[in-house]
Structures are given as C-alpha cells and as structure tokens.
Design a protein around this ligand. Structure first.
Ligand SMILES: NC(=O)c1ccc[n+]([C@@H]2O[C@H](COP(=O)([O-])OP(=O)(O)OC[C@H]3O[C@@H](n4cnc5c(N)ncnc54)[C@H](O)[C@@H]3O)[C@@H](O)[C@H]2O)c1
Length: 357
C-alpha cells in the first residue's frame, strides 16, 4: 500500500488556519486563488523574492500582506501553515525552514529533488507532529478517483497496460527536466490507482531546445503484476493533451483530463481460446457499449487546499500521503538516471513503504 499519511495528526489549533503562499510565478497564483476563495482557510501573507510578482497580486488581494522574505512569515506566530510553490530545487530547503519554525507545510510537487531529502522532510514532520503535504493535485480529481473505484471494484479485470500522454507547448522549467515537471502527475496517478510501486523504469528523451534539460521523455514502467505503463511527457507539442488509456481484460478506459466526458468506459476486449488442434487458433472480439459516467465538477485544486486546511485544523490527513509523494521522487530520480544512461533499465529495488505505518 502506498496510501497512508505517514506523519502524525497535527494538534488542533484554530478553527480557521492562517496561511501564507510563497512563490507566485506561474503556479502559485492558482493556489492563492483557491485558498482565497475558501472559507475554511485565511490567507494572511504572500511572498516572492521578485517584488513585481507580489505587487501584481496585492492589487487583486489587498487584504494580504506581502513580503520578499520568508523570514517575515516564519517570524509571525499567528501563521499556522505555509504553501510553497517555488522551483523544485528549493522545495527541500524552504520546507525544512518552514517546519523548523513550527509551521505546517504544503509543498508543490515533487516533494524534494532527491529521495533522501524527501525522506528527511517526512521524518522531520513526523517527529515534530507537523502536517506535511505534497501537491499531487490529480489525486483530488473526480475522474482520477472514479477510475480508481473502477479498478478497485475489478470492473476492468486484469489490467494489461496503461499508456499516457501529457504534452503541451511549454512551460520549460529552468532547473529540472520534463520528467520532474510533468512526470510527478502520471507517477502519482499510477501509484494511487495501482497501490504498488513499479519494479523497473526506463526513459529515453532529448533536450531539443535548452542544452541539458530534456523537454521530451518516453518513460516505461514495469510492475510485479506484469502490467506495463508508458508515459509520454513533453513541453514540445503543438497542442495540449492529457490522455490516459487503460486496457484491462474486461473493459478499457480512456481518461482525458479537461474534456466534457473525462472518462469513457469501453466494454471492449479480446478473448483467446487455446487451440485444441493445430490451425484452430481462435480470437473473439467483444465490442459492447461505451459509457461516460457523470462526475462531480469540483475543482481538484480547491479540494486539495481544503485538505491542507482540514489537516491543520482537525488533524485529519489526506488518504494518500507521504509514502506516495516520496515514491514519486524516487521514480523521477530513477527515470532521470535511465535517461542519462541512454534508456538503460533501472531496477527500483525495495519500495519505500515503511512510512505507510
Ligand atoms: N500541481 C500542478 O499542476 C503544478 C503545475 C505547475 C507547476 N507546479 C509546481 O509549482 C512549483 C512552481 O512552479 P512554477 O512553474 O510556478 O515556477 P515559477 O518559476 O514560474 O515560479 C516560482 C516562483 O518562486 C519564486 N521564488 C523562488 N525562490 C524563492 C524564495 N526563496 N522565496 C520566495 N520566492 C521564491 C520565484 O521568484 C518565482 O516567482 C513547482 O514545484 C512546480 O512543479 C505544479
């Protein structure tokens, strides 16, 4: 099991936690918007080392205080939690500083840029009884949760393989490859759906535009059950596509994020009958109905913000927790290693399940 929170429930402090949002580049303003719209959390500070970014947002949110220094937030005893949306390479250091100051901490994905650092953060949060949460937004997405229910109920049968495309034009990250930027979405979804870590990973790709930073990667993951998954990641595509196909022995599913019918369940498959005599090889194809279930239209980002607020105020932690977040870091690390070694298969060895306890 990769679910489980991994750190202890936080003590109840306030009914409405007071938080700060740090890092207001591309993604931070989205987190700020959903936090601001919620009534169960109170945004007090925004912070970015670039004053132009805080200036722009204080005009829209005049009630929040703005700063260029994280220290101002850490020194404010009224602040319960900090939401970090800074570049990947800063996650470990900033999250550590926040927790050392006694703040509950939400870190955008991935939790850290190396597995030992992710482990250190988790251990620290556990020891200090602080909430540490990682922004795997898709785990709060109704279509992703609906696919999990189908898998858990056995509706798809044995899953043979999955194939995913997560591509668009930009945004090139300055400090990490596309594997660390887009990969955590697919890795977290796969781990959540399958509740087992892969046994091997392989990645090929290239740095088409910025030397040394891969902007396209094809990642293949093999699981103990025989299931294989292929994930295409790219910042270099003519249009945006977030599409996952799941092929099971009973049914197949197409999950296309952001479309009106995000999930389509196909009652389709192939049956193979063992030949009794030579030449009697027989396949029968099944082509039944296509169903598109009606799904709740809640915004995953807001549900995620609510989960952080609830964890701080009640100690109730999200179902999928830090073991999964750490496993995502391990997969990104292993995929990068494979990429650097010409697509060599990387054995993943023992999984990091101990934090599920
Ligand atoms: N969940 C999602 O769907 C999703 C989508 C996009 C990005 N992200 C994640 O969000 C994070 C940020 O990505 P981005 O694309 O917004 O990056 P970005 O470079 O556009 O923005 C980062 C911001 O952080 C600021 N910053 C850096 N160090 C700082 C510090 N020490 N103190 C204060 N401010 C600091 C920078 O000035 C910048 O404004 C990344 O971890 C990324 O993986 C998540």
């Amino acid at each position: 099991m990769l679910t489980g929170a991994g750190n202890l429930p936080a003590p109840r402090r306030h009914i409405i936690p007071k938080v700060a949002v740090v890092g207001l580049g591309y993604w931070g303003p989205n987190l700020l918007r959903v936090l601001f719209e919620r009534t169960d959390v109170d945004v007090r500070w925004i912070c970015d080392s670039d004053p132009a970014r805080t200036d722009r947002l204080t005009r829209r949110y005049p009630s929040v205080m703005a700063t260029q220094s994280l220290d101002d937030i850490l020194d404010d005893a009224r602040i319960d939690g900090v939401v970090l949306a800074t570049p990947v390479g800063t996650h470990y250091e900033l999250a550590k500083r926040c927790m050392e100051a006694g703040k509950h901490t939400f870190v955008e994905k991935p939790l850290a840029h190396a597995t030992p650092l992710a482990t250190e953060l988790i251990d620290f949060a556990t020891r200090q009884e602080l909430v540490l949460m990682c922004g795997h937004t898709f785990l709060f997405s109704p279509p992703v949760q609906a696919v999990k229910s189908l898998i858990d109920a056995g509706e798809l049968g044995d899953i043979y393989f999955m194939s995913s495309s997560r591509v668009n034009l930009g945004l090139h990250q300055r400090d990490v490859s596309v594997i660390w930027d887009l990969g955590p979405h697919d890795f977290s979804i796969l781990l959540y759906w399958l509740e087992e870590p892969p046994t091997t990973i392989r990645a090929t790709g290239r740095d088409s535009i910025v030397p040394g930073i891969a902007d396209v990667a094809f990642v293949t993951l093999e699981f103990g059950s025989g299931l294989i998954a292929n994930v295409e990641l790219s910042w270099l595509a003519p249009s945006k596509l977030r599409r996952t196909v799941i092929v099971g022995s009973k049914k197949m599913v197409v999950y296309e994020d952001g479309t009106a019918e995000a999930i389509k369940i196909f009652d389709r498959g192939v049956e193979y009958k063992d030949p009794e005599t030579f030449g009697e090889w027989h396949l029968s194809y099944r082509s039944g109905d296509i169903l598109s279930p009606n799904l709740p239209s809640q915004e995953p980002l807001s549900l995620q913000a609510g989960a952080f607020a609830r964890a701080i105020s009640t100690g109730e932690l999200p179902e999928h927790g830090l073991a999964l977040a750490r496993e995502v870091v391990r997969l990104a690390e292993a995929a990068d290693l494979s990429l650097d070694n010409g697509g060599e298969r990387v054995e993943l060895g023992e999984s990091l399940q101990s934090v599920t306890a």
